[in-house]
Design a protein around this ligand. Structure first.
Ligand code: Z5A
Length: 212
């Protein structure tokens, strides 16, 4: 039965500035879906556990220097490393809640001045999310939360540029929530959107590719 074989898990991506609450909301959504007996995992990019991920991690910690193009391609390679596992999880019915994805890759590198089309190119062919949730927060407000750590990019001026890049990338399919609201309020809005998406994918939806 064709319809039945199209049933799968949902690929749900959380995007937003540093400190917008992606990590907090990922874990809340994971518990929520688990509570409803859905098969679900939470993932994040960069995945610092792979070989490529370790290079990225040392770059972010300012322990190594890399050309802007080089680090961009490493972030992308880090997603390609996980692509086939991602596909098999989704096809076997597991929903993935992913903290940052290709949009972060393009937003951060283009904020440094790299050409946006050049930035998108290595992402073409990765799996397209079923839902992108954008946690919207003014950079100034995000900066007030617990203060930035010592990692590269965690500076107000740069985060303003990233916010601008996200504006350019955002399309009508993204769902935006006001991430300046209290954690519970943000979660409540996200729950509804996520459940809707999980249900649609369960009924059967074609898995498509990014930017093609
Ligand atoms: N990067 C890239 O350049 N290219 C790529 O392809 C990818 C990433 C994938 C590392 O990412 C850096 O890599 C990142 C982008 C770049 N650099 N920056 N900036 P990361 O994911 O490892 O780090 P992060 O995004 O900066 O994560 P984060 O600091 O953990 O932020 P968050 O996940 O959005 O927020 P949070 O941990 O849930 O919350 C932060 C604090 O705010 C915490 O104290 C919370 O309790 C508090 N919080 C959260 N929500 C609320 C609300 N609603 N009210 C009040 N307080 C809140």
């Amino acid at each position: 039965n064709n319809h039945k074989s199209d049933s799968r898990g949902a690929l749900i991506v959380l995007e937003g500035l540093d400190r917008s609450g992606k990590t907090s909301q990922s874990s809340r959504l994971l518990s929520y879906l688990e509570g409803l007996s859905h098969s679900v995992e939470s993932w994040r990019f960069p995945d610092r556990n792979t070989g490529v991920g370790q290079m990225i991690s040392s770059y972010l910690a300012n322990e190594s220097q890399l050309d802007d193009h080089t680090i961009h391609l490493l972030f992308s390679a880090n997603r390609w490393e996980k692509r086939s596992l991602m596909e098999s999880k989704l096809r076997s019915g597991t929903t993935l809640i992913v903290d940052r994805y290709s949009f972060s890759g393009v937003a951060f590198s283009s904020a440094k001045g790299l050409d946006i089309e050049w930035c998108k190119a290595p992402e073409i062919g990765l799996l397209a999310p079923d839902l992108v949730l954008y946690l919207d927060i003014p950079p100034e407000k995000a900066a007030e939360r617990g203060g930035y750590g010592g990692e590269r990019y965690e500076q107000l001026e740069f985060q303003r540029k990233v916010a601008h890049s996200y504006q350019i990338l955002r399309d009508a399919s993204w769902k935006t929530v006001d991430a300046g609201l209290p954690l519970d309020d943000v979660e409540k809005q996200l729950r509804e959107m996520v459940l809707d998406c999980v249900t649609t994918c369960q009924k059967g939806k074609v898995l498509s590719k990014l930017w093609s």
